[in-house]
Ligand binder design. Structure first.
Ligand SMILES: N[C@H](CCC[C@H](N)C(=O)O)C(=O)O
Length: 287
C-alpha cells in the first residue's frame, strides 16, 4: 500500500490516498498505531486518510498515534490541501475539505515555476465556545469556558477551553520552555471534565500580535506543532482580552510559525507551511 509522509511545522502524519487505495474501516486505529511507531512502523504523529467526499472536493480523516480518531487537524488540512492540488484532484487554488469536525475552505499558494505548494491558508470556521460543544462537563453547558478553574494533581489551574472541531484547553504561562507540558498535560488531557479528552496548550503572550506556544496533544503527547491548537490559543487570548480580533497573530510553535487571524466574520484563518517528506510502500500490515 502506497503512503506519503508530510509535515506541517514538524507535525508529521502518514497519509494514505483513498482516491487510489482501499482500507477496511475496522483496522484503521490499529494501522494508525503501526505506522506512527518509529521502530516497528514508519514514524509520525498519526495517520491521515485523504478520500473522496460526496459533498466537498475532498475528505480528510485523522487518527492519533494511540489509534483514537480525532475530528480534525489543522496541520493535516494544510498538507491534505497541498496533496490534492498537486495530484490535480482539484482544478482551482480554492476548494473545500470535509472533516468530522466540519467543512473548511482551503486556499493553496502554488509556486508556479515548480507548480508545487509550500504555503496553504485554511479558513478553519468559527471556534465553538459553549461547554457542551467542546465537550466539557462542568457547570452550565451553554456557557463559555473562559477562565475556568480546574483541579489537577492537588493544584488549581485557570484554563480557557473551546473547540475547533476538536477539544482544546489553553493555559497562559510566563515561560513556555519551563511549562509542565509532560506532567500537567496528560493530567488535563484525561481530566474528567473532558469526556472525549482534550488537547492542552501552554501559551506565553509576548505582545498583541505574538505568542510562544507548546502543546500536549490528545492521543499523541507533545508534538512540534498543532494547527487547531494554535487557532484555539489565539481565540483564548482574545477571549481573555490579551489580543484583538482582526489582527494577524504570529504563533511561535516549537516546529515553526503559524499566522492566525480571528476575523470579523467570526471565522479563524490559519496560514502556514506544508511539506512532503517522502513517498513509500507499506510492505506489511500490523500483526
Ligand atoms: N496536530 C493536529 C491536531 C490533532 C488533534 C488530535 N490530537 C486530537 O485528538 O484532537 C493539528 O495540527 O491540529
Amino acid at each position: 500500500m502506497k503512503f506519503t509522509k508530510m509535515h506541517g511545522l514538524g507535525n508529521s502524519y502518514i497519509y494514505i490516498d483513498l482516491f487510489e487505495e482501499e482500507l477496511e474501516e475496522k483496522s484503521l486505529g490499529e494501522l494508525a498505531v503501526y505506522v506512527s511507531d518509529k521502530n516497528r512502523g514508519i514514524g509520525a504523529d498519526g495517520l491521515i486518510l485523504i478520500e473522496p467526499s460526496r459533498t466537498e472536493d475532498a475528505r480528510m480523516r485523522i487518527f492519533n498515534a494511540d489509534g483514537s480518531e480525532a475530528m480534525t487537524c489543522g496541520n493535516g488540512l494544510r498538507c491534505t490541501a497541498k496533496y490534492v492540488f498537486e495530484k490535480k484532484y482539484v482544478e482551482n487554488e480554492r476548494f473545500t475539505i470535509e472533516t468530522k469536525g466540519g467543512t473548511v475552505k482551503a486556499t493553496v499558494h502554488p509556486d508556479h515555476s515548480k507548480s508545487i505548494v509550500d504555503m496553504v491558508t485554511i479558513d478553519m470556521g468559527e471556534p465553538r465556545l459553549a461547554k457542551k460543544s467542546i465537550p466539557m462537563v462542568s457547570g452550565d453547558p451553554d456557557r463559555e469556558a473562559v477562565r475556568e478553574m480546574l483541579e489537577a494533581g492537588g493544584t488549581s489551574f485557570e484554563i480557557t477551553a473551546l473547540s475547533m472541531g476538536n477539544p482544546h484547553a489553553v493555559l497562559f504561562v510566563e515561560n513556555t520552555a519551563e511549562a509542565p507540558v509532560h506532567t500537567l498535560g496528560p493530567l488535563l488531557e484525561k481530566h474528567e471534565v473532558f469526556p472525549e479528552r482534550a488537547n492542552i496548550e501552554f501559551v506565553h503572550v509576548i505582545s498583541e500580535t505574538e505568542m510562544n506556544f507548546r502543546v500536549w496533544e490528545r492521543g499523541t503527547g507533545e508534538t512540534q506543532a498543532c494547527g487547531t491548537g494554535a487557532c484555539a490559543a489565539v481565540a483564548a487570548a482574545i477571549l481573555n482580552g490579551k489580543m484583538q480580533k482582526n489582527k494577524e497573530i504570529t504563533v511561535h510553535l516549537p516546529g515553526g510559525d503559524l499566522f492566525i487571524t480571528w476575523q470579523k466574520d467570526g471565522h479563524i484563518s490559519m496560514n502556514g507551511a506544508a511539506e512532503t517528506i517522502c513517498e513509500g510502500t507499506l510492505k506489511n500490515r500490523p500483526r
